[in-house]
Design a protein around this ligand. Sequence first.
Ligand code: P1T
Length: 386
Amino acid sequence: MRFDTRAVHVGNEADELTGAVTPPIYTSSTFAQAKIGETKGYEYSRSGNPTRQRLERAVADLEGGKLGLAFASGLAAETAVAGLLRSGDHVIICNDVYGGTFRLFNQVFRNFGVSFDRVDARSPENLERAIKPNTKMVWMESPTNPLMLVLDIKEIAKVSKAHGLTLTVDNTFASPCLQNPLKLGATVVVHSTTKYIGGHSDLVGGAVVTSSQALYEKVKFLQNATGSVPGPFDCYLALRGLRTIHLRMERHSKNAAAVADALSNDTARVDEVYYPFLRRSPSYKLARRQMSAGGGMMAFRIKGGYKAASKFLETLKVFTLGESLGGVESLAEHPARMTHASLPPEERKRLGITDDLIRLSVGVEDTTDIVDDVKGALKAALPRHS
Ligand code: P1T
């Protein structure tokens, strides 16, 4: 079956007991045992829950992986994968990543003796050079948060494999609908299901997908041992969101492409636009190879720095000023002061997360309304530029 059919059906099979066509939400924390140790496959909801397992199956299938695990948040999923590391291990983090991911390595795992280096992996030689005898993992996003850099997953996977490193790809921005890193050679995929998988900004969740049984067992052990599981209601919502992901991603991509065009055409007010499927983007060819559409995320630099950026963000009407992304509604934010504020200022500067940078999560509203909103806010922010 193709992606769209699997999105609607996998994990959503009719309930065997009643025939209900939508998945039942099993709220039970515990499950009856006929005799000591004799169960129907479930004993306690931290270690396994039927609604959660449906979601785990669906996300794994849509990512083209064999095995999936659901978590209480994207960061809980990341924590479980990072939990595979031992004191003394080294991690390579490619380019920019979500501020919370950097914070997890910098302020949590570093305290447990896990070191890391950040590398510009747009050139694979940089990656090769950064590998140390104790390097165990490469961690990347593509497109990256917030600068929308597109990294060559296949190339990075090749280098990682040659050195026996686990390649973790955070696929949150592309979603399983537009890009499947496991098929490009990644060892493990992580998601914040809070975003495009849930799709409606009404849950916080995460997921891990892999085709390696050994890695799955280790992450599953950590999921149970640390207790970072999502509740059944949130699993249900994520499953329901997944059923329309193909429809949503199509509209997100169409709307975002239209906004990217409008921004690029306003050279008097906009310095740079970062969107993977923008023809003039240096990574356009790579993005076309790796992703089936451009997706809903983009960033741009507004002339006039912080003052113009804040005026732009306050003027928007269709877009809501807020963190997060991937919901049906359009969101806009200021990475330097919001999602990436946890990065040290010199790190932000080095990466280019400066006061003129604005990130947009383009929703599925009417294309013209969205484009008009952006154009209007640009004019309000910089009235004398034309
Ligand atoms: O928020 P949570 O579900 O824990 O997911 C963390 C996370 C992981 N990976 C990526 C690429 C992310 O973007 C996020 C969360 N990001 C935001 C809240 C944001 O606005 O960028």
